[in-house]
Ligand binder design. Structure first.
Ligand code: 1Q0
Length: 211
């Protein structure tokens, strides 16, 4: 099943994400997504179109991070400053920088809102709650508005095949259900904080609608 996936690793990467002055380290931000993708890969082939897209966005960010301007990609804040100052961000469809760090991270940022909602609803769920319903409610409230009808349909089809709540708690590999719930309680405030800081930064710089 989930191989080496472990909810604690996810909590740890989000803990490492914030610097002392609340800047977000891109390295740990994408490490968190890598962990989650490894989890998603255990869910079956209907999810592979989602994990392919996530991996391609992670790779775009890694390429910036390892490239000659890598030092500017240390944090989300330094990336925004660098890309805007150097006109590396397309604000319309027809520009010459269609895969900027800012627009790529925006896609992951929107997905992080889904994750925050989904984990919060898992945390507060009861034995008869359905993961597929929690997942699609979180999706409807967050990512769906940015996706075409086609992608929405494929995503909802995949959600219907999610394992039930017990199996889901099991693959999180964090001990008893109470322990998983406690760990989710640790993860969600960290994720919300990272999400809120990014949201404010993007709003301030008018980056929330990048094509
Ligand atoms: C547990 C089930 C996982 C469900 C994931 C929900 C997200 C659904 C997203 C479906 C769309 C993906 C297909 C591609 C869409 C792109 O068009 C879109 C926009 O990009 P662009 O370049 O076309 O403008 N891309 C995105 O919106 C990015 C989507 C990234 C999704 C990353 C999901 C990673 C999932 C991780 C599994 C988490 C499991 C959570 C529980 C684990 C316990 C800690």
């Amino acid at each position: 099943m989930a191989g080496s996936f472990n909810l604690q690793n996810v909590v740890d990467t989000y803990k490492s994400c914030l610097s002392e002055n609340k800047e977000i380290y891109i390295k740990y931000y994408i490490a968190g997504w890598r962990e989650l993708v490894s989890f998603m890969n255990s869910l079956g082939s209907l999810f592979s179109f989602i994990s392919k897209d996530a991996v391609s966005k992670i790779q775009i960010m890694e390429t910036f991070l390892m490239g000659e301007n890598g030092a500017h990609y240390l944090t989300v804040q330094s990336m925004v400053k660098f890309e805007l100052n150097n006109k590396l961000v397309d604000f319309t469809q027809s520009g010459s920088h269609p895969e900027s760090g800012c627009r790529t991270l925006l896609r992951l940022h929107r997905a992080l809102r889904w994750l925050q909602l989904f984990l919060e609803s898992l945390r507060t769920s009861t034995e008869d709650s359905k993961t597929s319903i929690m997942c699609s409610e979180a999706y409807n409230e967050s990512l769906a508005q940015y996706h075409s009808w086609f992608i929405q349909t494929a995503a909802r089809l995949a959600f219907r095949t999610l394992p039930g709540r017990d199996a889901f708690f099991e693959v999180m590999n964090a001990g008893s259900q109470q322990q998983v719930v406690a760990m989710l309680g640790e993860a969600t405030p960290l994720i919300s904080e990272v999400h809120q800081i990014t949201e404010d930064l993007y709003a301030k710089n008018k980056l929330l609608e990048l094509p």
